[in-house]
Write a protein that binds this ligand. Structure first.
Ligand code: ATP
Ligand code: TYD
Length: 222
């Protein structure tokens, strides 16, 4: 389905193009490309943009039902979503239920897929150049990215999102291993969940098999 939304291209990232519609709204266009390792591996994947848009729309609408404020306004039914433009906080918030990925690299004492005693929330600075390094809450406050209360609020929202998504996945026989969130501030200073939620930004298992980008990271073709 085509949309008649128009906007000026203001940013092109690895996974999406961002267009400015007006003071309030942006269009995010999901690309038909899969990338991994900070963009070092990249392949064309027809249909992938629509899939990532559809997953994002489905999950953000699910979260809205539970009162989680997010940026989604509308979907064109294809690769584009209309979102509220935010002042983004340049950090990736990662929630982990099981030991996987970069956690295992920095903490090899824990066996792969060990279930944590409680979900872990961690922060990475968004920087491809530095490979999204792990940062502390003190780092975030000292850099002036958020205030302590806002960071506490982000952690609370991230854990609530984890509860909602984990319950949803379990009810469908899926295991939510880990996922990444991004947040921004709206004009009133409210924290709003932004960016995307898709197989690109979460690890999901079905009977031990991946339903996400992990296969591509391991070398499979798109
Ligand atoms: P990465 O893949 O590491 O997140 P990127 O810049 O390549 O980086 P893309 O997903 O391609 O990521 O680009 C989308 C950009 O739009 C990101 O910089 C993201 O932080 C930003 N963004 C997401 N939602 C909003 C929003 N509601 N308002 C403003 N910017 C947003
Ligand atoms: P993580 O284990 O930290 O990194 P890697 O993917 O390099 O092994 O990833 C945790 C989760 O966060 C995983 O579901 C993928 C997601 N994620 C992103 O969506 N974007 C990113 O830039 C990173 C580093 C992770």
């Amino acid at each position: 389905m085509a949309s008649n939304w128009v906007g000026e291209l203001i940013y092109e990232g690895k996974a999406k193009r961002v267009y400015r519609v007006n003071d309030e709204l942006l269009i995010m266009e999901f690309k038909d490309e899969v990338t991994a390792f900070d963009g070092a591996r990249k392949e064309r994947a027809p249909g992938k943009g629509r899939l990532a848009a559809a997953q994002t729309v489905f999950l953000m609408r699910l979260l809205s039902k539970y009162g989680i404020r997010n940026h989604l306004v509308d979907w064109d039914g294809d690769r584009k979503i209309l979102v509220r433009g935010l002042r983004m906080i340049p950090i990736e918030v990662i929630v982990r239920n099981y030991a996987y990925g970069s956690f295992l690299k920095r903490m090899p004492l824990v066996k792969p897929m060990t279930r944590f005693s409680k979900p872990l929330v961690e922060f990475h600075l968004k920087s491809d150049e530095l490979h999204d390094p792990l940062i502390t809450t003190d780092d975030i406050i000292e850099a002036g990215l958020t205030r302590q209360e806002q960071l506490n609020e982000i952690m609370g929202i991230a854990l609530r999102i984890n509860e909602i998504l984990s319950n949803y996945m379990v009810s469908r026989g899926l295991t939510l291993v880990d996922f990444k969130l991004e947040f921004g501030f709206d004009k009133s200073g409210n924290l709003v969940l932004a960016d995307e939620m898709s197989g690109d930004t979460m690890r999901i298992l079905i009977n031990g098999r991946h339903l996400d980008k992990e296969l591509f990271r391991r070398g499979a073709s798109a």
